[in-house]
Design a protein around this ligand. Structure first.
Ligand SMILES: Cc1cc2nc3c(=O)[nH]c(=O)nc-3n(C[C@H](O)[C@H](O)[C@H](O)COP(=O)(O)O)c2cc1C
Length: 305
């Protein structure tokens, strides 16, 4: 006789009976899970050890290193656009400052509105538009053999080794009718390469400003290149004489106002003859034929015609 209770619990003939999922030790997923949980168990075991145990100290150190490196990397990635924007703003600030266009606490972007940036081929003295879409950094280019030339011992009076073929220039005003032109300059001082800008009036002869934004000369000695009083001595000095000969120089000591060459000379920095000489040499390099000389000649010809 059949038991009616057992009969009612029997599955319908075509129903699918769910089978339990059996994980075998040798399946890959299972191996990962078991090794993960094994690792976790070991880590927990180490963390449960006393604070002065070597294993726990090492583990905490490794975890701290990983966390810190993730935080630093994330900060570097997140802050990069801000850093680039600040670097660009700083460059603009230096350009408008050397041209005397920025009042104390003034708006850099507003002062920069009147600045027309162009790239010049230093070999031909002509403007080029070839980097308009890709951007150009003269100091990066100076390390690229395809975009720079190696200077000889005789020509490298600024001690820079290589010179980029192209350089950015900044016209204050329009290309045809500018009030000043700001040129990037750099060269070796005593301890470091000084990076800065020189600004020329529209006569392309008179210096309206000289400013360095990066160097590692000694504060109080070569570092006095940043002293506004010394920087002020450059305003109105002549870079070239009437015949177009480059004459500007920093003298040792104080300029003799009675001298026939006083208009081209600036006082040396006390106790920093080598930095002073470096400034003299870098200016003479960049204003002469190895630097912007060809470009300045072309501008003079254009103005004369
Ligand atoms: C610690 C120290 C830092 C110096 N820094 C500079 C410097 O930044 N620029 C420089 O031209 N001379 C510097 N000098 C001095 C030079 O070594 C060198 O004596 C000087 O340029 C000569 O200039 P003077 O003839 O005007 O004394 C420094 C000297 C010392 C001891």
């Amino acid at each position: 006789m059949t038991d009616p209770a057992k009969e009612s619990k029997a599955p319908a003939p075509d129903a699918v009976t769910p089978q339990p999922v059996v994980m075998h030790e040798n399946t890959p997923g299972n191996a990962a899970i078991s090794s993960d949980s094994g690792l976790m168990a070991r880590l927990k075991g180490v963390m449960a050890q006393p604070n002065d145990s070597t294993q726990k100290t090492l583990l905490v150190t490794v975890i701290m290193c990983l966390v810190c490196s993730v935080v630093v990397s994330a900060a570097a990635v997140v802050l990069r656009p801000t850093q680039e924007a600040n670097a660009a703003l700083d460059r603009k600030r230096n350009i408008v400052q050397v041209a005397g266009l920025l009042e104390e606490g003034g708006d850099v972007e507003a002062a920069f509105k009147n600045v027309n940036a162009r790239i010049v081929n230093l070999d031909t003295g002509e403007y080029t538009d070839q980097f308009n879409d890709v951007g150009y950094d003269q100091y990066v280019a100076a390390r690229d053999p395809n975009l720079s030339i190696e200077l000889t011992k005789e020509t490298d009076i600024a001690g820079i080794g290589r010179r980029a073929q192209y350089a950015e220039v900044y016209l204050i005003g329009s290309e045809e009718n500018f009030e000043q032109i700001v040129l990037p300059v750099h060269g070796l001082g005593l301890w470091s390469t000084l990076y800065g800008f020189v600004s020329l009036e529209s006569d392309l002869q008179t210096i309206s400003g000289l400013k360095f934004y990066k160097h590692a000369e000694t504060p109080g000695l070569g570092g006095e290149v940043d002293n506004p009083v010394w920087q002020g001595k450059w305003k109105g000095k002549l870079a070239f004489d009437e015949a177009g000969q480059l004459q500007v120089e920093v003298v040792k000591g104080v300029v003799d106002p009675a001298s026939s060459t006083a208009a081209y000379q600036v006082d040396g920095l006390a106790g920093a003859t080598l930095t002073s000489r470096g400034v003299s040499q870098l200016l003479r390099f960049w204003l002469d034929e190895q630097g912007f000389g060809g470009f300045l000649d072309k501008l003079k010809q254009r103005e004369a015609s």
